[in-house]
Design a protein around this ligand. Structure first.
Ligand code: ADP
Ligand code: MG
Length: 231
C-alpha cells in the first residue's frame, strides 16, 4: 500500500510520533475506511473555496504537528453555515492557537464536511505487550469513557470476530435502534473493524490508532476524527 507507506516514512523522517489528521484520514481512505470529505487550506481564501466545493455545513480544525488534542487549544469549530462563518472561524482558530500555543508550527487548516449527528462508535487499536496488535470497539462518549463498555480482540480478526465484537458490548441493543436512536449500519462497522485490522497488521510501527468518533447511520458511517501514533 504505497500511499500509507509514503506517509509513515515521511512522518518518521521528520521525527514525529503522531500523524496529522489529514495524514491519518488519507491512510484510512487507502484502506477503505470512510472519512468525512476534507481539504487542507493554507489561507482564508482557500478555506472558503474548499468549503464552497465541499458544501455546508463545514468544520474547520487546526493542522499542526505540535497539537494532538485540537479542541484543547480552541482548534476546532463546527457548524459553519456559509462563507462568512468560514472566514470568521479561520481567523478565530489562528488567533486561539497564537494565544494558547504560540510555539505551535501551523501546517494549515483542515476544511471538512460536517457529519450529521448520529450514533457514535469508537474503533481503536493498541499494541498489547504480550500479544501484539489488538483492536478495540465501543460506543462513543460516556459508554467508552465512563462505563468502559468496550471489547478487545487480538489482530488479525475474521469477519465473524468483528461481528462478535459489535454484538457483545452491553450497549449493542442501542445499535439496533432504540427510541430516538436510529438503527445503525452494523455491516459498515464490521468493515471498518476488518480494514483497521488489515492496516495495523501491515504497518507494525503503528503503536496506537483511534477512530473517535465514527458517526454511524442507517446506511454507511463516517470517521470524524482519526489519530495514529507511532512507536
Ligand atoms: P480533537 O483533536 O479535539 O479530538 P476532533 O476532530 O475530535 O478534535 O473534534 C472535536 C469534536 O468536534 C469531535 O469529537 C466531534 O464531536 C466534533 N467534530 C469534529 N469534526 C467533525 C465533523 N467533521 N462532523 C461533525 N462533528 C465533528
Ligand atoms: Mg477527537
Amino acid at each position: 500500500m504505497g500511499v500509507t507507506t509514503g506517509i509513515l516514512d515521511e512522518v518518521k523522517r521528520e521525527g514525529r510520533n503522531f500523524l496529522l489528521e489529514t495524514e491519518a484520514k488519507t491512510i484510512c481512505m487507502e484502506y477503505g475506511i470512510p472519512v468525512t470529505e476534507f481539504k487542507i487550506a493554507k489561507n482564508e481564501e482557500e478555506a472558503v473555496v474548499f468549503a464552497e466545493k465541499i458544501g455546508y455545513p463545514i468544520v474547520l480544525k487546526i493542522v499542526s504537528p505540535d497539537i494532538i488534542h485540537k479542541s484543547d487549544f480552541g482548534g476546532v469549530l463546527i457548524n459553519l453555515e456559509d462563507s462568512k462563518d468560514v472566514r470568521n472561524a479561520y481567523k478565530t482558530i489562528l488567533k486561539n492557537i497564537k494565544t494558547r500555543k504560540a510555539d505551535a508550527k501551523i501546517v494549515g487548516v483542515i476544511v471538512q464536511k460536517m457529519a450529521p449527528s448520529s450514533t457514535e462508535v469508537v474503533v481503536g487499536a493498541i499494541k498489547d505487550p504480550q500479544f501484539g496488535p489488538a483492536l478495540m470497539f465501543g460506543l462513543g462518549g460516556i459508554f467508552v469513557e465512563i462505563l468502559k463498555d468496550v471489547t478487545f480482540r487480538i489482530a488479525p480478526i475474521t469477519e465473524d470476530e468483528a461481528r462478535e465484537m459489535v454484538t457483545e458490548i452491553k450497549a449493542y441493543p442501542l445499535l439496533r435502534g432504540y427510541r430516538n436512536m436510529p438503527r445503525a449500519d452494523i455491516d459498515s462497522i464490521v468493515n471498518i473493524l476488518l480494514n483497521t485490522s488489515k492496516l495495523i497488521m501491515r504497518h507494525q510501527e503503528i503503536k496506537e490508532l483511534d477512530l473517535n468518533p465514527i458517526m454511524v447511520y442507517k446506511k454507511g458511517a463516517k470517521v470524524v476524527d482519526a489519530r495514529i501514533i507511532l512507536k
